[in-house]
Design a protein around this ligand. Structure first.
Ligand SMILES: *[C@@H]1O[C@H](CO)[C@@H](O)[C@H](O)[C@H]1NC(C)=O
Ligand SMILES: *[C@@H]1O[C@H](CO)[C@@H](O)[C@H](O)[C@H]1NC(C)=O
Ligand SMILES: *[C@@H]1O[C@H](CO)[C@@H](O)[C@H](O)[C@H]1NC(C)=O
Ligand SMILES: *[C@@H]1O[C@H](CO)[C@@H](O)[C@H](O)[C@H]1NC(C)=O
Ligand SMILES: *[C@@H]1O[C@H](CO)[C@@H](O)[C@H](O)[C@H]1NC(C)=O
Ligand SMILES: *[C@@H]1O[C@H](CO)[C@@H](O)[C@H](O)[C@H]1NC(C)=O
Ligand SMILES: *[C@@H]1O[C@H](CO)[C@@H](O)[C@H](O)[C@H]1NC(C)=O
Ligand SMILES: *[C@@H]1O[C@H](CO)[C@@H](O)[C@H](O)[C@H]1NC(C)=O
Ligand SMILES: *[C@@H]1O[C@H](CO)[C@@H](O)[C@H](O)[C@H]1NC(C)=O
Length: 888
């Protein structure tokens, strides 16, 4: 029986041999065919000559280079057989015969096979693998007639339901892999007639409908079935598996809660001892969410994935205790509570390599002996729970630990020394959002393989510790939002692998050391510290994508060294003491999407070169001393939503479990590997792709995708508002307040179709408010207060029904609701008042927050949600409207 596995084995073997032989061969003979292929050719010759023929007389066992044999052609470099021209070879007197197709397996690079005129009655093909091609249905018709076929992989093509008719002819199939195609209807009933099937893989299609329970009643030989991925609906009871006693792999993951799975049939439970069970994201046993009872009788489990369900109750420690063969256990994103505990005297699960219990409600402290209970664990993710207490020093006994994510819990205390000294395989350590204290990595730390370290949002203090130097491969360091003090040490320049450095929100100070310039950073975040007065001008910025220097004490002209930052995407210099002109060269950064210069002393004209930044999403030049007109060409900028991941220091180590899987993949047995791989192509494709590119970083700043805005407020801009501004159809936020703008509000403004907040207050605008503005359906903040507008206020309809007199006050000749009505003798309804500075600025600050927000928010985390919809945006604005006092 030729199975997939044996085919694959042969292939691998020959690949291995070819490497070995190719290597040795190059030392001795200059050109020769591969030994494996020469043996294969001799077998082929024998088959052609059965029982007593004499064809191919010159194919001789001892005659070296088979590439020179008749009918054989080889690749001129790899020396692999590419063509076998065996037309009219067999002695016709020998009569009809058939050829075992596995004879061709050694020839991996075979391109042309000519078997014409050989009286063949059958090729007896048993295995066909045409996976991952671009095949459409009609190209497979030859396959459907191969009645002898036992193993077929058509995975990864663009096949649809039209092939079912052909496929149904292959009644003898034992293995069928039709994953990664485009089937849309339900599972074809004829599959149930393929009673020899023991492996059926249909995952990642678009099947709809139910999973028929008769499928399992008919396919009693099934060992492996995968139906995962965005497909099935309705409900399915595992009672259907009562008679499938050979089942080893049952994969129904990621049906995105369209499929209700029940496991609690009191009379029928799966009879098999499963090795792999994946029921993630499956509305398991809803609404009560009990953990499947039959798991208590499963003792062979290697991989168990019950993540993304709503299971509740006490954390099932017994799963880890009683399943001593378990290699990977994924229980993340459920509602398990209680502590992660087990009977430490008996429990020692030496096989377990992966534990993911993230995103539950697990509390209590971790068992002191956790390290000796799972001595071979490599990947542990317990993030997003409410675990208290210290980090057990027995973690140091997990010598193979590669990834540890304990972020977003309530851990306290210092990092245990034995852990920092002994876990020398650790590559990713993520402890963000806890209450950990002490030095970040003391000198005794010896995490020699560390690649990414996130200690942000804790209570670490002291200086940036030289323990980091023992991790020469460190690529990502986030220690933001702690209590670190002192200067950036000069040895930082020796961390040559460092590409992402996030030191924001600490109390670091002083000039940065010159050695800094040795680093080739992609992301540098120094915001909200006391750095100043300058950044060394030697800084190497040619690779830099994101730079955040906001809220420090930096002075002088716009830093000239940034003119080399040709790749830069986001640049934040807000709230420093920079002065002088905005340089023209800034227009030459083709990728720049966010330019935040708010709160400096920049002066003179807004350079027209800014109009070359076609990809701009957020431009904040507010609170400077810029003068002159608003360049009308700014309207040609895109101002689409910010689509850059990682802007404003929102880079973080990827979803830890994704990188776990990435690693895990290469380690474990066929079944596990197969299932694990599919686990992460479904819902985390993007992450995985990203990881495979640059391994560890990913981005959590997706909120920023929703931002786009132009803020020129609080400057000395003059002239009229260019009508072209109204053409910025993507703009969400426009703030031109507190300038000296004159003339009318352009009627083109009704073209700002996406606008959510529009502030034109505190200028000298005249004329009427264009009545079409009432058509701006997303507008939730609007003010034209304190101008010289006249005439009627816009009709109180749509969004405009919600704006009160504060939106209009301070315009002597403006009348109509919500101000007083117009027909009172043309007199102003409101006496001009001295602007209430506090109110004014608080309002303005609210706008400014739309920008500052985009950069602080990612840091504040929860606040970030408020940016998602305009509804919430309004709430947030109102909040700041009331709360914030501007220090202008
Ligand atoms: C092969 O064997 C058959 C009988 O076994 C005989 O009739 C025939 O002549 C043989 N052919 C050759 C080429 O020796
Ligand atoms: C190998 O064959 C290709 C064409 O099949 C030819 O272009 C190439 O030059 C050949 N190389 C050698 C080393 O003969
Ligand atoms: C195959 O052999 C037959 C009979 O000898 C001959 O007519 C035909 O042209 C050959 N075809 C090729 C492609 O060599
Ligand atoms: C074909 O060859 C393979 C490998 O030698 C063997 O396992 C298989 O049983 C053969 N099939 C037939 C039909 O003889
Ligand atoms: C399954 O096989 C039976 C008996 O051969 C046949 O009557 C039936 O039509 C087949 N069903 C499908 C869906 O092919
Ligand atoms: C299992 O087999 C028994 C005996 O053949 C049968 O009565 C029962 O209906 C089967 N159960 C399922 C779920 O197929
Ligand atoms: C799944 O179960 C829930 C709760 O029992 C129910 O509300 C829902 O309609 C079910 N969905 C399907 C597709 O059966
Ligand atoms: C775990 O295994 C032990 C020993 O076999 C058994 O006594 C215990 O009931 C099992 N626990 C669960 C929850 O099944
Ligand atoms: C750190 O670990 C390496 C081996 O990975 C070892 O050679 C070295 O001595 C250790 N250093 C310290 C300070 O323990």
């Amino acid at each position: 029986m030729v199975s997939h596995k044996s085919v694959a084995l042969v292939m691998q073997l020959s690949a291995l041999l070819s490497v070995l032989l190719g290597f040795c061969g190059s030392g001795r003979l200059s050109i020769a065919c591969l030994e494996l292929e020469r043996i294969g050719l001799m077998k082929l010759k024998a088959a052609f000559n059965l029982p007593n023929g004499s064809a191919l007389p010159l194919w001789l066992d001892d005659q070296g280079d088979c590439c020179r044999w008749e009918g054989v052609r080889c690749h001129n470099i790899s020396m692999r057989v590419t063509k076998l021209l065996l037309n009219d070879t067999r002695d016709s007197r020998l009569g009809p015969w058939s050829l075992n197709s596995s004879l061709f397996l050694p020839f991996e690079e075979l391109e042309v096979l000519d078997l014409g005129f050989n009286q063949l009655t059958g090729l007896k093909l048993q295995a066909v693998d045409v996976s991952f091609n671009h095949l459409a249905g009609d190209s497979l018709s030859a396959i459907w007639s191969m009645a002898s076929l036992k193993a077929l992989s058509i995975a990864g093509n663009q096949l649809g339901d039209s092939i079912f008719q052909g496929l149904c002819q292959l009644k003898g199939l034992e293995e069928l892999d039709a994953s990664y195609n485009e089937f849309v209807s339900s599972i074809p009933p004829c599959i149930q007639n393929m009673t020899s099937l023991y492996a059926l893989d249909l995952h990642r299609n678009h099947f709809g409908g139910n999973i028929p329970s008769s499928l399992f009643a008919n396919l009693k030989s099934l060992q492996y079935i995968s139906l995962s991925g965005k497909a099935f609906e309705g409900s399915f009871s595992l009672a259907a598996l009562t008679n499938n006693s050979r089942l080893e792999v049952f994969d129904l993951a990621n049906n995105y809660h369209h499929l209700n799975i029940t496991t609690e049939d009191p009379l029928h439970a799966p009879s098999a001892q499963l090795k792999i069970l994946r029921l993630s994201d499956c509305a398991l046993n809803e609404p009560r969410g009990v953990i499947p009872t039959f798991l208590r009788d499963q003792h062979e489990l290697r991989l168990l994935d019950l993540s993304h369900n709503n299971m509740s109750g006490a954390f099932p420690s017994w799963l880890l205790e009683n399943n001593t063969k378990l290699e990977a256990s994924k229980l993340s994103n459920n509602a398990f509570s209680g502590s992660f505990s087990f009977n430490s005297s008996t429990a020692s699960n030496v096989d377990i390599q992966l534990i993911d219990v993230s995103s539950n409600f697990i509390d209590g402290e971790l068992p002191v002996s956790i390290g000796s209970s799972f001595p071979n664990s490599a990947f542990i993710n317990m993030s997003r729970n409410v675990i208290r207490g210290g980090i057990p020093s027995s973690l140091g006994d997990m010598r193979l630990l590669t990834l540890l994510d304990l972020s977003d819990n309530d851990f306290i205390g210092e990092l245990p020394e034995s852990f920092l000294r002994k876990c020398q395989h650790l590559e990713v350590l993520k402890l963000s959002k806890n209450n950990l204290s002490g030095e970040i990595l003391p000198r005794t730390a010896n995490l020699t393989k560390l690649h990414a370290l996130s200690l942000d949002s804790n209570k670490f203090s002291g200086v940036i510790s030289p323990g980091l130097l023992n991790s020469p491969g460190l690529h990502f360091l986030d220690v933001s939002n702690n209590f670190l003090s002192g200067t950036v040490p000069s040895w930082i320049g020796d961390s040559e692998s460092l590409e992402n450095l996030i030191l924001s929100y600490n109390s670091l100070e002083g000039p940065s050391p010159l050695s800094f310039c040795k680093l080739n950073l992609k992301l540098l975040c120094l915001a909200a510290n006391g750095f100043g007065p300058t950044i060394p001008s030697c800084a190497n910025v040619s690779m830099l994508l994101h730079l955040s220097l906001g809220s420090n004490h930096l002075t002088g002209p716009f830093p000239q060294f940034l003119s080399d930052a040709s790749s830069i995407v986001t640049l934040d210099l807000i709230n420093n003491e920079y002065s002088g002109k905005i340089p023209k060269w800034i227009g030459s950064f083709p990728n720049l999407q966010a330019l935040l210069l708010k709160g400096n002393n920049f002066e003179c004209l807004i350079p027209h070169e800014l109009c070359q930044l076609k990809n701009m999403s957020i431009m904040d030049l507010s609170n400077n001393s810029l003068s002159g007109p608003i360049p009308s060409c700014l309207s040609t900028l895109d101002f689409g939503n910010l689509r850059v991941l990682g802007a404003f220091c929102t880079l973080s180590i990827s979803n830890a479990s994704a990188s776990m899987i990435y690693k895990f993949n290469s380690k474990v047995s066929f079944f596990v590997e197969n299932a694990v791989e599919t686990a992460y192509t479904d819902d985390q494709l993007v992450e995985v792709k990203f990881i495979s590119k640059s391994r560890l970083e990913s981005y959590r700043g997706s909120i920023l995708e929703y931002m786009s805005g132009l803020d020129l407020s609080c400057n000395n801009l003059s002239g009229s508002i260019p009508p072209e501004i109204g053409y910025m159809i993507n703009l969400l936020i426009l703030n031109l307040s507190n300038n000296h703008l004159l003339g009318p509000i352009p009627s083109t403004f009704f073209g700002l179709k996406q606008i959510e907040s529009l502030d034109l207050s505190y200028n000298g605008l005249t004329g009427k408010i264009p009545s079409q503005l009432t058509e701006l359906s997303f507008l939730s903040i609007f003010t034209v207060a304190h101008n010289n507008l006249s005439g009627q206020t816009p009709e109180r309809k749509n969004q405009f029904a919600t704006f009160d007199e504060k939106s209009y006050e301070g315009n002597i000749f403006l009348c109509g609701l919500p101000l007083e009505s117009c027909n009172t003798s043309g007199q102003s309804p409101l006496t001009p008042t001295i602007p209430d500075q506090k109110e004014d600025f608080s309002f303005r600050e609210a706008f400014a927050w739309s920008f500052a927000g985009s950069y602080v928010v990612a840091f504040l985390g929860t606040v970030a949600f408020l940016f998602i919809s305009s509804h919430y945006r309004t709430i947030m604005f109102n909040f700041f409207y009331r709360q914030i006092i501007c220090f202008y």
